[in-house]
Design a protein around this ligand. Structure first.
Ligand code: X2X
Length: 339
């Protein structure tokens, strides 16, 4: 006798095996949740690659119920445009430097203080520890959601089309692009440079048309954005560390079912760990690649730059802005700064 199992029974049994309460979705069913994620990184950048991997895993694990579409390379607009979309809920997710976000959440730039972190061990202890928690709490209060694992954006180096940066003197009057952020502007003003706040989406053309002489970024961003086509020198100043906070719109995020939030968090945080590995040794691998593209490198002595910031009162200014409490959380991981 043919064993006939009703579709409802089959679906009921099958759904019991799924990681999520749900039903086995018939092929072609529309996703229950369709969302967008934006970033300012090219297609070949680890952010785009790892975010797409996470989105693929989420779609599979939810059996097609949750679809996140990735829009890389400023397709949805520059960082400040995407941030406005995120805050309104028109965009559900984006990665953004805490220093750019700090126009709304001042504390989120504290990790970017010049020469604060000497190495990645201290970076991750801080960002996966109390400093990251403090920043995420400030992000949540601003109506956004900060995922537990921050993504890496590396130690930053200065590139130039006119001359290498060997000493702080070389930064006097230097027309340098910086991301749109009070801390970035303040740091290069303290060096005596002439910083211009420009979204990454406009950096290549600003360098090409000589609106600015140079910019600063980790080597992986210089390579993936092809800035070697419009820059000649790279000075390994390593003047700060930056990260990309994975952000969600707070209201959208809280409206999702708990099981959906669990799958999204696990996969986005997992991809953050993968992306950190991509960045970890990129300064070595990317230097060889960029030298092949014709860039020349120099290694300036950092102490003279750090002393310039001290003399300009940069550390005192920002310790007062963040407050002694937040500053002590930072120094818990970095040791005394600005002395
Ligand atoms: O805008 C930049 O320089 C970049 C790509 O590093 C950031 O998103 C902060």
């Amino acid at each position: 006798m043919a064993c006939s199992i009703s579709r409802r029974t089959l679906l009921g049994t099958a759904s019991a095996l799924l990681p999520l309460p749900g039903i086995v979705r018939a092929r072609g069913d529309e996703p229950e949740f369709e969302m967008k994620m934006g970033n300012d990184n090219p297609m070949t950048h680890p952010n785009t690659i790892r975010q797409q991997e996470a989105a693929d895993r989420i779609l599979k694990e939810t059996n097609g119920r949750v679809k996140i579409s990735i829009f890389p390379n400023n397709q949805l607009g520059g960082d400040t445009d995407m941030l406005s979309q995120l805050r309104s809920g028109a965009l559900e997710f984006m990665t953004l430097s805490g220093l750019i976000l700090s126009t709304y959440t001042p504390l989120s730039s504290i990790y970017g203080i010049g020469y604060a972190f000497p190495n990645y061990d201290k970076v991750w202890a801080a960002m996966d520890g109390d400093l990251g928690k403090m920043i995420r709490d400030s992000v949540d209060k601003a109506g956004l959601y900060g995922f537990e694992k921050i993504w890496d954006n590396g130690f930053r180096q200065i590139s130039s089309s006119t001359h290498p940066i060997r000493t702080p003197e070389d930064l006097k009057g230097y027309k340098i692009r910086v991301p749109v952020s009070p801390l970035w502007t303040s740091m290069f003003e303290a060096f005596g440079a002439a910083p211009a706040s420009i979204n990454f989406s406009e950096v290549y053309s600003a360098l090409q048309t000589k609106i600015v002489e140079g910019q600063e970024n980790p080597l992986i961003n210089i390579e993936t954005a092809k800035l070697y086509e419009v820059q000649k020198y790279v000075s390994m100043t390593r003047h700060m560390w930056d990260g990309f906070i994975m952000l969600g719109n707070g209201r959208n995020w809280k409206s999702l079912p708990r099981d959906v939030r669990t799958v999204i968090s696990r996969n986005l945080n997992g991809s953050a760990e993968d992306q950190r590995k991509d960045y970890a040794d990129s300064d070595v691998t990317m230097r060889a690649t960029l030298e092949k593209q014709g860039m020349t490198f120099n290694e300036p002595e950092p102490e003279a730059f750090r002393k310039t910031l001290i003399k300009a009162g940069f550390y005192d200014k920002w310790k007062e802005k963040y407050g002694a409490g937040a500053w002590s959380v930072l120094e818990k991981y970095t040791g005394k700064i600005g002395t």
